[in-house]
Design a protein around this ligand. Sequence first.
Ligand SMILES: [Zn+2]
Length: 456
Amino acid sequence: MDIDRVVVFDTTLRDGEQSPGASLGIEEKLQIARQLARLNVDVIEAGFPVSSPAQFEAVRLIAQQVRGPVIAGLARAVKLDIDRCWEAVRYAPRPRIHTFIATSDIHLKYKLRMSRQEVLDRAVEAVKLARGYTEDVEFSAEDAGRTDPGYLCQVVEAVIDAGATTVNIPDTVGYMIPEEFAALIRKLYQSVPNIDQVTLSVHCHNDLGLATANSLAGVKAGARQVECTINGLGERAGNASLEEVVMAINTRQDFMGVSTSVETTEIYRTSQMVSKLTGLEVQANKAIVGANAFAHEAGIHQDGVLKEKSTYEIMTPQSIGLERSRLVLGRHSGRHGFKARLEEMGYRLSDEMLEKTYQRFLLLADKKKEVFDEDLVAIDRLVKLPINLREYSIRAVTSGAEAMGEVTVKIDDDGAIVIGRAASTDIIEASAKAYINVINKLVARRKAAGGAGKSK
Ligand SMILES: [Zn+2]
């Protein structure tokens, strides 16, 4: 049986770049576009050429230099936009013009001040104009989710007649519920007579946290293009996240019955690059690419994963380009996870030693929440060094995207205070380093004291 392929349309550089707080330079956009090509997305929406000279330049350079995916540019349904868009994307071996106009009554009345007939005529005109330049023309009915379904069907039929090859149904304001959105897609398939001539696309926003769910519901109902962004960036609460949509399709192919061409092992790298270049951090518990997405802390979970990964992992970290899952050593970890991590690091301890070290580790974990590899190396010393933590404090040194945090750890050593300090953009890293720092000082101090004692 042939499995249908879903076209992955990445709009990180257009909708994603509209994220509040994200702004990318031309070089950065090129870098991301090249990585998106390695990720093997089908379409890169490179920008909105008419909106500024820098946007135009970025789209033009991407069209000239990035090979593999279709390169699309966005254009309102007006001649100037479509002309500028074409001037920018024309250098791509496979260029696409993506033109749009709003179709919901609320947008017609307050934003466009146009009648339904006027909007329909304008849409048809824009598609025809774009088709004069290229055979690959996408039309979006902006705010389709809140558009009268009967009217939406009319518009879709008319733009297909005018030559659109992809028709996109955006839930622009993230208002839809999955079942409702699927019903809308099904209605289009049932009511628009020429619908089989185009690829139907979905573009969902995450205002209610439903962007991925709505996109998948759309695919289930027959849509064969999904518009999405890396890390779910985008206007307001963002777009459907590419990594979520793609990994859901991959992991649940049994249910979804479709596939994508995305090279999933490039997902993690792409996510990190986009996070770094936009300055928008990925939340730790973000699905697929968050720091905790493949981390297990609970002892029962760690024990299960060590025995058989599938007990608590529905996909492998390797499938998104991570080396391995992370067994986070914290106070919920059991002896199994603790021993496994020590062995991974090359330490083999006797049962008695292991038990002693484990008890020490629990004390440390209580204070520190998460324990790092370096701590485990220090742990050997800790066994012999009773420590008395007096103070643990975090101070922001600078603010903004590159904020530095400084961590201070104070230890009471027989009445003398030993201080460890470290700064990093990553507060957790700073904590670990400050901790190691203070322990090293403590060891040095006691060695010196011991030496002095002997000389007496
Ligand atoms: Zn959007």
